[in-house]
Ligand binder design. Sequence first.
Ligand code: TEU
Length: 559
Amino acid sequence: MQKKWWHDKIAYQIYPKSFSDTDGDGIGDLRGIINKLDYLQELGVDILWLSPIFCSPLADQGYDISDYYNIDPRFGTMEDMEELIAKAREKNMYILMDLVVNHCSDEHIWFKEALKDPDGRYGKYFYIEEGKNGNPPCNWRSYFGGSAWEKISGTEKYYFHAFHKKQPDLNWENPEVRQEIYKMINWWLDKGLGGFRIDAIINIKKVLPFKDYAPDREDGMASIKTMLKEAEGIGEFLSEMKRETFEKYDAFTVGEVFDAKEEELPLFFGEDGYFSSIFEFGPALIGKSKDGWYDCKEVTVDKYKDTCFKSQKKAGKVGFWSNIIENHDEPRGVNEFLPEGDLSEAGKKLLAAVYFLQKGIPFIYQGQELGMENTVFHSIEEVDDISTKDEYQVALDAGYSEEEALRIVSKYSRDNARTPFQWSDAENAGFSSGKPWISLNPNYSSINAKEQTGREDSVFHFYRKLIALRKAEEYKEVFVYGEFVPVLPEKENFMAYLRKGQEKTILVAANFQRECVTIKLPVRCKKVLLNNDGEVKVQESAVTFGGYQVLVMEVEQTE
Ligand code: TEU
């Protein structure tokens, strides 16, 4: 495999709006990120992915861009952005921006021009279709609920939006649109970006002409995902984009690609793939239902393990997943993947070790390094997220009470990940001197960076040690390139795997339960490299694990 600069890097996702506010408007800003580069350097991360900070009405928190060439004044200025890129590079850090080009904002000049003349040049930048007998052109449901079509007032025409109606889809079939996008990408890469995270990119290729699919809910509509299963030819667009932009700069790109078919993985993130990597969403999709959050099934330890093992097998020799336990669209990983009631620091560190040391690029989402947890909602009025509000209505429509519907969406809401970063136990958790745009998680007095950076056995320092171990001269080859081999996969509530390198073999072994257990391992331990909790009890190849104890060991090389 040809070695790439990003293979041994650790990535960190920043949700700027909730990271650190320096001007007291209650919204995080670029100056806040610049001021926290030392904190991020202490943690040991290399790549910083910023969720969108372009001009936006924030209908979908910046994933609705109204000007790709300017920073939204709420986040700062272009000079701040250029300073951040420069100061990050001084610390050998790379900045990724969030490339949101499946759609733009309805306040983008292109769309304003399109509304003036739907049949004109800019009308062709979007999907604008005649309605059918006063109805939308087809029965696709938006990701955020309701029809994916919005009527253009004063006409019988509709425009398509896979997401919110303020996010009209850009028409990628139009070469002029694609060239506009490539020009913008290169403009940003010329500023010194390390690359991009690429938003919702699987949606850019639609099945055309638009047609109905069999309804999958009582509302008579069909999920867009049904159409995507049939869509063909996205590779032409993605290859062209890579050729015209990313590969000219050796940029690191990570695609947000859901539901990629196994046989297509080499096309997406193989040696010559469309992207450097794509996110591994297997764990995030465990238990999910096409009917809505109310119908989600519980995640179990063994389901999590099996999903990880299957994904690792799929990626095998293809390339590098980008591995996560959470992001700005998901609830906090410790709530999702640790059994309810077991959110101990030992459990949080165990979860950290078992995902972080798999093969792939580890991504840490802001606050995950502290073990930040889901927040509490007392009413749906406290919820900001449009997706959560839609799912609340879906639960009500399914017959759940308001109280039940609130309990359901509280568990899965994207807002769980968007509460202000918990810097300290000071007012507003040290996030802002003003009123935060979204309520704090009340537990900031006990879970915060100031307390944890000052405590050697904290979750923060365990992540710091994990990063240092992955980067250690002696072990980086095995952690970056080593083969992933499941160990005792049939053992319940136990997750173990080898990483087999040319010179070294590592065993990660986790007792994913409260009860102690003694395991006879198929390998002999040479050296314990990391232990999250309790004593180390290793005799030859028999190991006794305490509750939620994980051990990272160098073991004898085997065939
Ligand atoms: O998300 C794309 C997406 O399909 C999933 O994240 C999911 O549909 C969404 O989270 C609804 O629950 C990307 C961004 O990560 C997300 O924040 C944006 O809302 C979306 O695209 C539109 O840009």
